[in-house]
Design a protein around this ligand. Structure first.
Ligand code: SF4
Length: 219
């Protein structure tokens, strides 16, 4: 079971220090603390087994602790999506700060959802990946964000969590601003628990549920 509210399980085919080294990365903090992560290891077969074996409908976030598209490998990503396709119970969620790399995916089936991560401060490299996206994640929202024009149909909004990083650092005005952009574009929006105090006033303001996830609509 995952602690991430929008998925059931996480899988990490690559483990080690993620090349992006985001300052808020919980895994980078763990690696720094224990002096680990310098050598990356690969666990693709474990991922494929999990995707193929599951019987109960399960949403997998693949690459939660290492951006597997930071240095894309065409062959591996094709197999990943193909594996999921053969099991209708598996839903695969991918998220990257390098969405241009989705161009390397030869196949995309309807139980895979491609996301781009924006935090308002650090660079996310679209460069042609705009039309391939299903969703955008602004988590943690570190500054006001202008959503780029993309094919994304959904937005996830989250604050900064972890020791010394209370969500109060994410003002409601920033959340409201990006939320309005998303709703104006017809996107579904999911606000994470770490911003839950903002949920009721914003739901009342816009008259919509702010706990909508694309992949919960099965079909
Ligand atoms: S992209 Fe994700 S996994 Fe990679 S350093 Fe940033 S927070 Fe960590």
């Amino acid at each position: 079971m995952s602690k991430i509210e929008w998925c059931d399980r996480t899988l990490n085919p690559i483990r080690g220090l993620c090349p992006h080294e985001c300052p808020y990365c919980y895994m980078a903090k763990i690696h720094r603390r224990f002096g680990t992560g310098q050598e990356t290891t690969e666990h693709w077969n474990d991922v494929y087994d999990a995707l193929l074996r599951v019987r109960k409908p399960t949403t997998f976030f693949v690459g939660s602790a290492y951006d597997i598209f930071a240095e894309p490998s065409l062959h591996m990503h094709e197999i990943l999506l193909f594996s999921a396709f053969k099991n209708p119970a598996s839903t695969v969620i991918l998220l990257t700060k390098n969405p241009k790399a989705y161009k390397f995916l030869a196949n995309k089936h309807k139980r895979s959802f491609l996301g781009a991560s924006l935090d308002g401060k650090h660079y996310t490299d679209f460069n042609g990946g705009h039309d391939l996206l299903d969703f955008i994640s602004v988590e943690p929202l570190l500054a006001p964000v202008k959503l780029p024009e993309t094919s994304a149909r959904a937005l996830i909004i989250g604050g900064l969590t972890g020791h010394g990083s209370p969500y109060k650092h994410t003002p409601i005005e920033w959340v409201d601003d990006v939320l309005k952009q998303a709703l104006d574009s017809g996107m579904k929006v999911f606000i994470k628990d770490n911003l839950k105090d903002y949920m009721a006033p914003l739901e009342a303001k816009y008259g919509v549920s702010l706990r909508q996830l694309l992949w919960k609509v099965r079909g």
